[in-house]
Design a protein. Structure first.
Length: 269
């Protein structure tokens, strides 16, 4: 039998996580696999029950729509439920049991960690599991005000309160306020999903546009931002960053981040 980890979601065929982890496993000569696994919402409880008993299973990454639902099925020793409120990584703990955590927040923050966003206005699109990780990271550096655009503004207002952020909420399609950073933390613009329609004119010329969607990599949002001459950050930055933390938890080895350029070439081929 072969040790393995995997990524679960619904849908899952678009995931680039197997390419990332497979690249690192090969680079380090680790005899293990990383797979995709399609898990529907009504299958989530059974999935974790089955994998918990499989001694070859090292853990999983979790993508939409399971990041919040997973909290009901996996032990949460780090208190993720009461901080970020979403779980994107499950791994074997030292006792051989399973535990969950969130590597999205650190993965999101990594490419913008050198920025001084203290007190600066930010716009976040979305209010799901990924948005919770984004808002958690932003709350730790004192940004503000934060405007959340979401289909259901009431849910967005709850997130502002949960993370102690000052700001406003508005329905999708509302005009953007001026902001130093715009983050699309939703699935809008992803292949197979609705388009993200947003007018970037209100953003100042030094604003940064960050889209966590990576399929397609060059989203319509990033294309529009580049057309305006704005600095952009694509979804691979967060994807690779969160994957690196998860890889260590799964395989007890640090991935070779000095080969990130080579990895990006593989992912964009």
């Amino acid at each position: 039998m072969t040790a393995f980890a995997e990524v679960i979601g619904d849908p899952i065929a678009h995931s680039k996580s197997p390419l990332i982890h497979g690249f690192w496993l090969d680079a380090l000569g680790i005899q293990a696999e990383y797979r995709r696994c399609h898990v529907r919402p009504d299958e989530l409880a059974g999935y974790f029950e089955q994998r918990r008993a499989d001694r070859d299973w090292r853990g999983c990454n979790i993508t939409v729509p399971h990041k919040e639902a997973a909290l009901a099925h996996v032990p949460d020793p780090g208190g993720i439920r009461h901080t970020i409120g979403a779980m994107n990584t499950v791994f074997r703990d030292e006792s051989g049991g399973i535990a969950g955590t969130n590597t999205d927040a650190a993965g999101f923050w990594s490419p913008i960690s050198a920025l001084d966003l203290s007190g600066k206005p930010v716009v976040v699109i979305g209010a799901g599991g990924a948005a919770r990780a984004v808002l958690f990271a932003l709350s730790r550096v004192g940004v503000g005000p934060v405007t959340i655009l979401n289909r259901t503004p009431l849910k967005a207002a709850g997130l502002l309160a949960a993370f102690g952020l000052k700001g406003n909420v508005a329905p999708l399609g509302s005009a953007l306020p001026p902001a130093a950073l715009l983050v699309n933390a939703s699935t809008l613009g992803m292949a197979g999903q609705r388009a993200l329609e947003v007018e970037l004119a209100p953003l100042p010329d030094d604003a940064i546009v960050y889209d966590i969607v990576y399929a397609p990599l060059q989203t319509a949002l990033l294309q529009a931002a580049e057309h305006r001459g704005l600095e952009t950050i694509d979804g691979l930055e967060m994807l690779i960053g969160q994957a690196a933390l998860a890889f260590e938890l799964f395989f007890d080895a640090a991935p070779p981040r000095d080969r990130d350029d080579e990895l990006r070439e593989l992912l964009t081929a």
